[in-house]
Structures are given as C-alpha cells and as structure tokens.
Design a protein around this ligand. Structure first.
Ligand code: ADP
Ligand code: TRP
Length: 318
C-alpha cells in the first residue's frame, strides 16, 4: 500500500489538520510506503506574500518532523522542489473538462466568499491529481472537505488510462469518520479561514485564549452539561475509551462547570504535545532544509520515470 497526502503551508497548523491528516499520516509510516509533502504550489492560490509562504513552508516541515514524521521511513518533500508534477498536471488537464472543474466546492466557496479567483485556483484539482497519480498512491488520508478533489483525481485517472492505456493507479480517499470534521472553537469547521482554530504549536497563552473561548451553552455548575458542541468534540479526540468515559462523567457531574473542563482540556493539550514541542525547538533551519532537499531527490526519482512514460504514451517524446 502506498499512502500519500499533502498539506498546504497557508497558515499555522491546527488541531483539525493534526487529527484528520498529520497524525494519521505519521501512523502510516510504520506499515506502508509513506509519501508526504508540503503543498507550496497549492498554497499560492490563496497566499500572495512571498515572505509568508517561505515562512509557512519551513514551519509546516518543522511541524511534521516534530510530530514524529521520520524522513528515513517516508518520502517527505516540498511540492515546489519537484517541478515534474507540473508537467504531469498539464498532461492530465486534458482528461477533465471545464464544466467538471466548475463544480468544485472549494473553488465555488472561495468565489462566493468574494475572492477574485486566479486561474491557479481553478486548476487546483488537476495539480492535486498529478500529486497523487504521479506517485502511484493507492490511499490518500484527508479530511472530508477533500473528498471531491479525490473524486476528480479518480476521474482523471480513469479517463487517461482509457485513452492511453493503464499507466496510473486508481487512488482511494481515506477519510476517517471520527475525525472527518473537527469543529473549531465556534462550532463551525475548524479552519484557518474562519479564525476559529486551536494552533498545535501556539504559545500557552494563545492556546489558553482559544480554549477558554470555546462556545458552550449557559448550563450552570450544578446541571449536567451538554456533550453536544465543540468542547466535548474536541476534548474526546485526545482520549481513549476509558478517558472518554471519565469525560462523560465529568460532563454529567454536579459542581463542575464548563470553565473547569476547559482548564482540563488545556492541560491535556499541553501534555499531549510537550515532547513534540521540545523536538520542534531543537530543529534548526539547516537541518530541516537538508531533510527536505534529500526528500525532493527521492520524490523526483519516483515521479520522473512515470512522467517519461506519460510523455511517451501521449506522443510528447518523439
Ligand atoms: P484549512 O481549512 O484550515 O485551510 P487545509 O485545507 O490546509 O485546512 O487542510 C489540510 C488537511 O486537514 C486536509 O486534509 C483537510 O481535509 C484537513 N482538515 C482541515 N481542517 C479540518 C477540520 N476542521 N476537520 C477535519 N479535517 C480538516
Ligand atoms: N488540497 C489539499 C488540502 O488543502 C492539499 C493537497 C494538495 C493534497 N495535493 C494533495 C492532499 C494531494 C492529498 C493529496 O488540504
């Protein structure tokens, strides 16, 4: 099994990214061939500041390494260090129609939110298909919001293979139900674009501010508290079954207010990431850059022969 996924360096990593994607990717490195990358080309569709993109790319790489991604057990690179993916995207672009791309939720959402869409935003799913098909990924762990992009990648794969012969492997989306949609502190999907995130590597003060602002109803200390809502949903992500039972009891108990539970959650978050935080502080820019450079070489060695075959099949190589 070959597992592949990418994350855009478009802002700081939050708990939604961590539980839906990064934690699961790191878990896969023990039992599959893992391909993991920082989607810097994709981030350009929304991030229009060179300094910020550079910074977030380094930070995302550092985050992954701190969380336990092992570059010896996986291929880990920055998307824009492997430009082959763009040539492949061009070849694959002929296997999807404009009306199909016009149906893209993520594209439509951004347009309806008032963003003037660059051509890159429209092309986004084609590049994503090249990321996936170019490495013959069989399984792609993502959150639910990426499902449609995966379906487009599958369509492109089928159409290309029908036209030119079986070159690409049909990928499957791997969407874990329990983390398909991690809520933010306001109860909507946790997302950089909504400013409702809990940053994994934020300072204690930042995390505290966000945790204390999680919306709840107005049940008093002596009433059973509601398990519906972001406080319970976020808290239980950190717990095993016994932990969840204890949390249920806390929600049912008298004399415990939402404020107490928020303090416990803060403590749980701190403890959960304490070791990663130390590892992160020890990773210098030089070390991170060297790891990413080596990763890009390995990624290029995988995509190049496949791109050459696509060039041959489509007549670009003459
Ligand atoms: P954001 O919405 O904050 O910009 P990204 O689009 O960069 O996040 O998402 C990176 C990965 O994390 C994707 O696989 C995406 O599906 C997943 N993801 C992001 N937010 C959530 C969430 N709130 N719940 C579940 N998965 C999420
Ligand atoms: N679009 C994904 C996101 O916003 C990032 C991404 C780019 C990706 N290429 C990919 C994810 C290939 C999985 C496979 O989260």
């Amino acid at each position: 099994m070959r597992v592949l996924s990418g994350i855009q360096p478009s802002g700081r990593l939050h708990l939604g990214n961590y539980f839906a994607m990064m934690k699961r990717m790191i878990h896969w490195q023990e039992k599959s061939e893992l391909f993991c990358f920082i989607a810097s080309y994709h981030a350009q569709t929304t991030l229009r500041d060179g300094k910020e993109l550079r910074l977030h790319t380094m930070e995302a790489a550092r985050d992954f390494l701190a969380l336990g991604l092992d570059p010896k057990k996986s291929v880990f690179w920055v998307q824009s260090d492997v430009p082959e993916v763009h040539e492949l995207a061009w070849i694959l672009a002929q296997s999807i129609t404009v009306p199909q791309l016009e149906l893209g939720h993520s594209y439509k959402d951004k347009v309806s939110a008032g963003m003037a869409p660059g051509a890159g935003l429209f092309f986004y799913p084609v590049l994503m298909a090249a990321d996936i098909l170019g490495f013959r990924a069989t399984s792609v762990p993502v959150g639910r919001d990426q499902k449609q992009h995966l379906e487009m990648a599958r369509d492109i794969c089928r159409r290309f293979n029908n036209e030119y012969g079986e070159l690409f492997t049909l990928p499957e989306a791997d969407i874990a139900l329990e983390v398909a949609l991690v809520p933010g502190i306001d109860g909507r999907k946790m997302s950089k674009s909504y400013n409702n995130t809990i940053p994994v590597f934020g300072s204690t003060a930042e995390i505290k501010k966000q945790v204390m602002s999680i919306v709840t109803d107005s049940k008093g200390m002596d009433e059973p508290k509601s398990r519906e809502g972001p406080l319970y949903e976020i808290f239980q992500l950190f717990l095993d079954e016994a932990g969840r039972r204890a949390l249920d009891e806390k929600f049912a108990a008298r004399g415990v207010g939402y404020g107490h539970i928020k303090k416990d959650l803060l403590q749980t978050i701190e403890t959960h990431f304490a070791e990663c935080r130390e590892r992160r502080a020890a990773l210098t820019d030089e070390v991170v850059r060297a790891i990413m450079e080596r990763g890009a070489q390995r990624a290029r060695a995988v995509i190049r022969p496949l791109l050459d075959q696509a060039r041959a099949l489509t007549g670009l190589a003459y």
